[in-house]
Write a protein that binds this ligand. Structure first.
Ligand code: FEO
Ligand code: CA
Ligand code: CA
Length: 687
């Protein structure tokens, strides 16, 4: 996300026990039974003769348009990475291991159809161009194959936020006296640069390219109409002049991490959306808890309210100050349509996105689906990325039916699994266990009173999800980012990127403040109500002072601020970083590392954490260009092609070759971009 949109204010003023304290006595706790499942899976596969990585025995499910990208399965476990860790880098170029190549595929401004002019390096593309081109500041991403192909499919790309200086020829145009914004089309261009891109991509004569004018291509922007589903649908607090019945909303903002549903839809997550709205009067409880703005849209969009060209209050809606007699006459409820996970069916270009409110309303980083089992509920994990915020899980009421993965009415499948269920928040206890606390009216708060004494309905709980979680005694965390589920073991991993607001050291977490972040993991109980947890990996500079580099990292894998996190089907965990602390960035730009957690087992078959004895298994695979964050990863079903996003580079890309350095002395208009990473000779990446 970069520092540009991160809000460092501590909005959680509950007295819930900080996670740092919970860590006491736990840091050296290891093992448990967690690898029972991993070893069982490996031995079963060995007995079936499936333990190899024979690319001819490809069994990835990508049959037919609409089949899911990845169904977690343990059919091709890897036991070792096939590349060596690369050194750090600080250049205006991508760096990948020997025998790999990286090329530019879909940078900001790439036209999706003929309504857009080609991207212009002087910033003069119009709002209409932007509405028909790839958005800005790429983030989470998924690949959806067409007809089961590994060389033809759809990419869904999140666009988290914008760089106004890069978007316009000379930055923002303002009134010389008032300093308010004055150009409506400039603001529209910014709104359209947000949201999600759906784009057809295809490998032609060995080169991946964007397929312009494909019928699937579309932009979902900050202005796109979408539906509200789940507990908030039709709620009085969703009613606006635009949606008097409270069942629709306009746009999705700050789409950061993502998820992919087992039925082949894209789940995009609204993260730092509170900054897009402002209430200059007294904020409501939920607005104060989440940190909604008090002075104006962070980009000044509501400066154009009342502009003669304004249509349907397109600018006025960002001012959520109550100004009229009722909610049907002003936009006091506009922000209540934001803060959700939004489901998009990439295969159905005419379908409307749906905001899935049952999964909670907070600064959603990403959404990861738990390991599937027929006849069991489906779990969806999402972290609230702010200092001292919580980890959430939604568990569907519907039980998983594998036939649903093949249905073509995908949003109806989404209705089945994403509208009804129970939202939980996590409490991590000192003994290495944890409890999922249900966010329901019947749930008992820390004071023993049910939430029904504080909230009138489930919708009221959802509206102020974090406030309800405070009452239950959830554990404040060090900025939860992406989650990932190990397809081999079912263990859930989540990045905790950093937290410099917490300054107290303790015996179990000996760093004075968590500048470098860590990755926690847990295993669910049978009933989904509790779990066991440990810490898999601590970020740190290799030369950190004593007591900081707890995972024994070296120059070849030091990192800070873990953020993007994904498992592929082979059990490789890919870790991406964002804004590494200066102690690390003096040696390397942001990066992507890899490790196979299920292969790190002791003689007893227990999974291990990363430590000085096994840290060489954590390997740096890619380093980004200067100034950039590496975020978002998708791959083809055969793993031969990886798509990686580079967000907010300083002075890149220079050409089609992502590895080409921008020449010294040359300054270019920077473009976030999707990069293709492949082996030079072909074959599965990472092996
Ligand atoms: Fe958008 Fe939390 O990174
Ligand atoms: Ca981040
Ligand atoms: Ca992120």
């Amino acid at each position: 996300m970069s520092k540009a949109t991160f809000d460092p204010t501590l909005y959680n003023s509950s007295d819930n026990t900080p996670f740092a304290t919970v860590l006491e006595r736990h840091i050296h706790r290891r093992t448990l039974i967690r690898t029972g499942s991993a070893m069982a899976a490996l031995s079963i596969m060995a007995s079936l003769g499936l333990s190899g990585c024979d690319s001819n025995s490809d069994k990835h499910r990508s049959s037919g348009a609409g089949s899911p990208v990845t169904l977690p399965d343990a059919e091709k476990p890897l036991t070792a990475l096939g590349f060596q860790s690369i050194p750090g880098s600080r250049t205006d170029a991508i760096v990948v291991p020997e025998n790999y190549k990286a090329s530019i595929l879909a940078p900001w401004g790439t036209p999706l159809n003929d309504r857009a002019a080609p991207w212009k390096p002087d910033g003069t593309n119009t709002a209409e161009d932007q509405a028909n081109s790839v958005g800005m500041h790429h983030d989470g991403m998924s690949f959806y194959p067409l007809n089961g192909s590994h060389e033809d499919g759809l990419l869904c790309i999140n666009h988290e936020y914008i760089d106004q200086d890069a978007l316009h020829p000379n930055g923002v145009t303002r009134d010389a006296t008032t300093r308010r914004r004055i150009l409506a089309d400039e603001v529209r261009k910014e709104i359209y640069a947000h949201g999600v891109t759906v784009v057809r991509i295809k490998k032609v004569e060995g080169v991946w390219q964007v397929v312009a004018n494909d019928r699937h291509n579309r932009r979902i922007t900050g202005a796109t109409e979408m539906d509200i589903s789940g507990p908030m649908a039709g709620h009085d607090l969703l009613k606006t002049p635009f949606s008097p019945d409270g069942i629709s909303a306009r746009g999705t903002f700050n789409n950061c991490g993502n998820g992919t549903s087992p039925w082949g839809t894209f789940l995009t997550c609204e993260e730092n959306w509170p900054g897009y709205f402002a209430n200059t009067a007294e904020r409501t409880a939920d607005q104060a808890r989440i940190g909604l703005g008090t002075t104006g849209n962070q980009y000044g969009w509501n400066d154009l309210a009342g502009n003669e060209s304004e249509k349907n209050d397109e600018f006025a809606r960002f001012d959520v100050t109550p100004r009229a007699e009722s909610a049907l006459l002003d936009y006091r409820n506009e922000a209540n349509g934001h803060g959700y996970i939004v489901e998009i069916d990439p295969y159905s270009p005419d379908s409307r996105p749906i905001k899935r409110t049952a999964l909670g309303r907070f600064r959603h980083e990403a959404c990861e689906v738990g390991k599937l089992a027929a006849g069991r509920p489906v779990a969806f994990y999402s972290g609230h990325d702010a200092q001292g915020e919580y980890v959430y899980k939604f568990v569907s009421s519907a039980l998983w039916d594998p036939a649903d993965a093949k249905r073509e009415d995908r949003l109806a499948v989404g209705d089945k699994y994403l509208n009804e269920g129970t939202l939980y928040v996590a409490r991590f206890d000192e003994d290495g266990t944890g409890v999922w606390l249900p966010l329901t009216l019947e749930s008992l708060a820390k004071d023993g009173k049910p939430l029904s004494e504080s909230f009138e309905s489930l919708a009221d709980i959802i509206l102020n999800t974090a406030g309800a979680a405070d009452l239950l005694g959830a554990t404040p965390m060090d900025r939860p980012e992406w989650g990932a589920v190990d397809p081999i073991t079912g263990s859930v991993y989540m990045t905790l990127t950093n937290n410099t607001a917490r300054r107290e050291a303790n015996a179990a977490n000996p760093r004075v403040n968590n500048k470098f972040g860590h990755i926690i993991r847990w295993d669910e109980s049978e009933d989904h109500r509790s779990f066991t947890w440990d810490i898999f990996l601590f970020g740190a500079p290799a030369d950190a002072e004593e007591g900081v580099n707890l995972s024994g990292l070296t120059d070849l894998n030091q990192f800070a601020s873990p953020d993007g996190l994904m498992f592929d089907e082979r059990g490789i965990l890919w870790v991406q970083t964002d804004n590494g602390a200066s102690e690390v960035t003096k040696s390397t730009n942001d990066q992507m590392l890899a490790v196979i957690p299920s292969a790190l087992v002791d003689a007893g078959g227990n999974q291990q954490v990363i430590s000085g004895t096994n840290q060489t298994e954590l390997r740096r695979f890619l380093v980004g260009p200067n100034g950039s964050e590496i975020t978002g990863l998708a791959f083809t079903g055969n793993h031969h092609t990886f798509f990686v996003n580079v967000q907010h580079p300083d002075n890149w890309p220079y050409g089609d070759d992502a590895q080409e350095q921008t020449p010294a002395g040359v300054t270019i208009r920077p473009r976030s971009a999707t990069v293709v990473v492949e082996k030079v000779q072909g074959g599965p990446v990472g092996e």
